[in-house]
Write a protein that binds this ligand. Structure first.
Ligand code: GAP
Length: 501
């Protein structure tokens, strides 16, 4: 069977060093990934583009970098301890554990057929769709456990006391207690040192609201931006880095005067949609999808997702809309909750009008890993160069701003001083901060194709003319056209091309 687009992307990502399975030599760890030499550059470039466009190019947004472990009360106030959960269901037939809200819908009472144990050679069984109105996403069975809520936060403990050891030490004493007292004792041991890995970076911005107001000369409307790791114990992980338990977010909380929030919400929805296009993402694979009322998070007045059409495989074929980023109107929910729980007044006093108010928050919340995956999928192309010769090239058409390597430098042959000249050019480019790569192995055509696969926008070749008239060949990744450019000032040439791309 022919490889699907996603299979080709996954295999290219591994072969060329974009994304590897974590701990692969030990058999891998489910839904954990590592970024290889090209992948780490791509992801860093995306995060840097975000930081530049959201913080450095604006006078109304400042940055922040918070700790991943925060005071446990933060999560009580934010509602994450009580409500950040997914409905979990077990399939009694194939033992798959899945999220009820993501399961394939079906009419209660309708007949279903499935294979025993979910195995292809398993006995054919018949059943019905349960009252809940969905079936197992893997085997199609309706023989399911009841739904139970599963909190997505990773719990750990802070301090020199290991709660598991404490529990083991107390096991014998606990046996003498009645069930209620035993539960209380256990909860006491666990809660004494329980802390959580943050499930979103956003709360760091809310709990530092006063610090930022008092230390920086900001006043609404202003934003606080942060990039960093977040953790969620996701029930179903899928599609490479799309949904993982450890991921990186790029979030910005924009504090505005109540009453102006709808306007800012529209502004940020458009800005964020256009940001992906400014980095070369195809417009017809992007859309803005407003949330229906029933989808809204407990804190949100409105929310719209920037979605990308990922080439994921599904029962209907190839391609599926998936969230890249959400833009939410979080109202004054978070600041008010943290005021209530911490006892600190998190309102803003406007000196000009002598008015005090709690700002509303518009939050564009993006995922660095999802963006990296979307840019990788979007850049992937197989171009027929010569139909008769069956010559197809694989090319990653990254925008030069996010391309991992900007310029590859080659000597045409490994003699006549060409390697030395090519290495000098590469050093000059590196010294100017233009990420470059030197390659002298294989035929020149083969070397161009290797760089197409890595998404390098330009190749420079040193040849006999270079030695005679001081010019080099510049080869364009997208058009494959070649032109001659003076070797002197090559760093300025590429700096300008990067700036104007
Ligand atoms: N502060 C709001 C918030 O965290 P979210 O929609 O849950 O909102 C924001 O997350 C973004 O973080 C998502 O649009 C997505 O890009 C990324 N994200 C969330 N969960 C993820 C996961 N399990 N794996 C990878 N990225 C994830």
């Amino acid at each position: 069977m022919a490889e699907s687009t996603m299979q080709k992307i996954v295999s290219l990502a591994k072969r060329r060093g974009f994304i590897f399975q974590s701990s692969e030599i030990y058999g891998g760890l489910k839904a954990c990934y590592d970024y290889g030499p090209l992948g780490v550059e791509l992801k860093r470039n995306i995060k840097e583009a975000w930081w530049n466009d959201m913080v450095h190019k604006r006078s109304d947004i400042v940055g922040l970098d918070c700790s991943i472990i925060m005071h446990p009360d933060v999560w009580k106030a934010s509602g994450h301890l009580a409500g950040f959960s997914d409905p979990l269901v077990d399939c009694r037939n194939c033992k798959e554990r899945f999220r009820a809200d993501k399961a394939p819908r079906a009419t209660p009472g309708e007949k279903v057929t499935y294979r025993e144990g979910g195995r292809r050679d398993g006995k054919k069984l018949e059943g019905v769709v349960p009252e809940a109105g969905y079936v197992c996403p893997v085997c199609g069975s309706g023989d399911l456990s009841p739904e139970r809520q599963f909190n997505l936060m990773f719990r750990t403990s802070l301090g020199s006391v290991d709660p598991m050891q404490e529990i083991l030490n107390a096991v014998d004493d606990m046996a003498k207690l009645d069930p209620a007292a035993r539960k209380e004792k256990l909860a006491g041991i666990i809660n004494a040192s329980a802390v959580y890995l943050r499930p979103e970076t956003a709360q760091g911005m809310f709990v530092n609201f006063l610090n930022i107001l008092n230390s920086s000369r900001v006043k609404p409307p202003f934003g606080v931006a942060q990039t960093g790791k977040s953790y969620r114990n996701e029930i179903t992980t899928q599609n490479l880095t799309f949904r993982t338990c450890e991921f990186e977010q790029m979030e910005m909380e924009f504090f505005v005067e109540p009453g102006t929030d709808d306007e800012w919400y529209d502004y940020w929805s458009k800005e964020r949609f256009n940001w992906y296009i400014s980095l070369g993402m195809k417009k017809d694979r992007l859309r803005l999808r407003p949330h229906e009322q029933k989808e809204l998070a407990h804190y949100a007045k409105a929310c719209v997702d920037v979605e990308y059409f990922y080439p994921f495989e599904n029962p209907e074929g190839e391609g599926e809309w998936g969230e890249l980023e959400g833009i939410a109107n979080r109202t004054d929910y978070d600041l008010k909750k943290h005021s209530e729980f911490s006892g600190k007044d998190l309102s803003y006093f406007e000196t000009e009008t002598k008015r005090r108010y709690t700002p509303y928050v518009i939050e564009p919340a993006a995922g660095a890993d999802r963006a990296t995956l979307a840019f990788l999928c979007d850049a992937f192309d197989e171009e027929v160069v010569d139909k008769e010769k069956n010559d197809v090239r694989t090319v990653l058409r990254f925008h030069p701003r996010i391309a991992p390597v900007k310029v590859a430098v080659f000597p045409l042959v490994k003699r006549d001083g060409m390697p030395e000249k090519a290495r000098d050019i590469m050093k000059e480019l590196l010294a100017e901060g233009i990420n470059s790569f030197y390659d002298e192995t294989a035929a020149i055509g083969r070397r161009y194709r290797r760089q197409d696969e890595a998404g390098t926008p330009w190749c420079v070749t040193v040849d006999t003319d270079t030695l005679e008239n001081g010019t080099v060949t510049v080869r364009e990744r997208d058009s494959m056209e070649q032109s001659r450019v003076p070797a002197a000032g090559i760093a300025d040439y590429f700096r300008n091309r990067l700036k104007n791309s």
